[in-house]
Design a protein around this ligand. Structure first.
Ligand code: NAD
Length: 273
């Protein structure tokens, strides 16, 4: 379930050099982009998620360029006992987590009255409760070193709603609530907690919604993609994973020491409407 790879240190230092980051759900999409960006800044990275960990690990190791360690733990974040195992692994292998990026998330689309109960439970546990568990277990090490960064990948759906996404919208609104409470409880320390609120980002999670839209409206993939994005996002363009990753890097920097409890939208104007 777990593997680690040691790499040799390099002479180039950044202010994040030597920090350890856990990015949940980093085998694809936004999490993988953030993991790469943090590795490029000199952070050792613990990857997590399903799918193809070897491909993700190779990509992040390339970004690390021999400066830091890249490890993987396959905890299912829907299971608190596996989250505890992941956090024990981080403690034993790295001495604890300095940067926690709660990113793992799933989606299911259905009206409230038809929403499958098991999907509701899964979305609430992976998109919301998992962040509570990682946060409660990460904070003691951060308090001991009086430095930490917690970034919760929420969504515009933590700020506004769309139809057919009851569980997702409820979980993301909850995640923003958790972000604010964590920020207040750590306000007198060197730990900050903030949320990122992306609009449409073209990742596997959204690809499935593009395909559903194409089937529903009898559109080609390109037309379905363009219909999906322009309906909500005034810019008409997807947000890129790299753009989000750069905001995450900024939130980890000392320039963001006083950014606390923010819900930072990166949404092509979605929530300005
Ligand atoms: P993605 O499907 O590409 O990645 C999701 C990641 O979570 C994968 O690594 C997957 O393996 C992992 N994951 C899923 N269930 C898990 C579980 N039980 N345990 C551990 N890992 C699990 O999706 P993405 O678009 O990159 O989404 C990442 C985050 O960004 C999610 O929280 C999502 O809600 C949020 N987000 C995405 C968009 C978008 O447009 N793509 C917009 C706003 C917010």
């Amino acid at each position: 379930m777990t593997t680690t790879h040691s790499t040799s240190p390099s002479a180039t230092a950044t202010e994040l050099d030597g920090k350890t980051a856990l990015v949940t759900g980093s085998t694809s999409g936004i999490g993988l982009g953030i993991a790469e960006a943090l590795a490029r800044m000199g952070c050792s990275v613990i990857l997590n998620g399903f799918g193809e960990p070897d491909t993700a690990r190779a990509q992040v190791q390339r970004a690390a360029a021999g400066r830091c360690r890249v490890a993987y733990h396959g905890a299912d974040l829907g299971k608190p006992s596996e989250i505890e195992a992941l956090m024990r692994f981080a403690e034993l292998e790295f001495g604890g987590i300095d940067i926690l990026v709660n990113n793992a998330g799933i989606q299911h689309v259905a009206s409230v009255e038809e929403f499958p109960v098991d999907k509701w439970d899964a979305i609430l546990s992976i998109n919301l409760s998992a962040a509570f568990h990682t946060t409660r277990l990460a904070i003691p090490h951060m308090r001991a070193s009086n430095w930490g960064r917690i970034i919760n990948v929420a969504s515009v759906h933590g700020l506004v709603a769309s139809t057919h996404k009851a569980a997702y919208v409820a979980a993301k609104h909850g995640l923003i609530g958790l972000t604010k409470v964590t920020a207040l409880e750590t306000a007198r320390t060197g730990i900050t907690c903030n949320a990122l609120c992306p609009g449409w980002v073209e990742t596997p999670l959204v690809q499935r919604q593009v395909e559903a839209r194409a089937t529903r409206d009898g559109l080609g993939t390109d037309d379905a993609r363009s219909a999906l994005v322009s309906e909500k996002q005034p810019s008409g363009d997807f947000v890129s994973t790299d753009q989000l990753a750069q905001v995450a890097v900024f939130l980890c920097s000392s320039a963001a020491d006083q950014v606390r409890g923010a819900s930072w939208n990166v949404d092509g104007g979605w929530t300005a409407q």
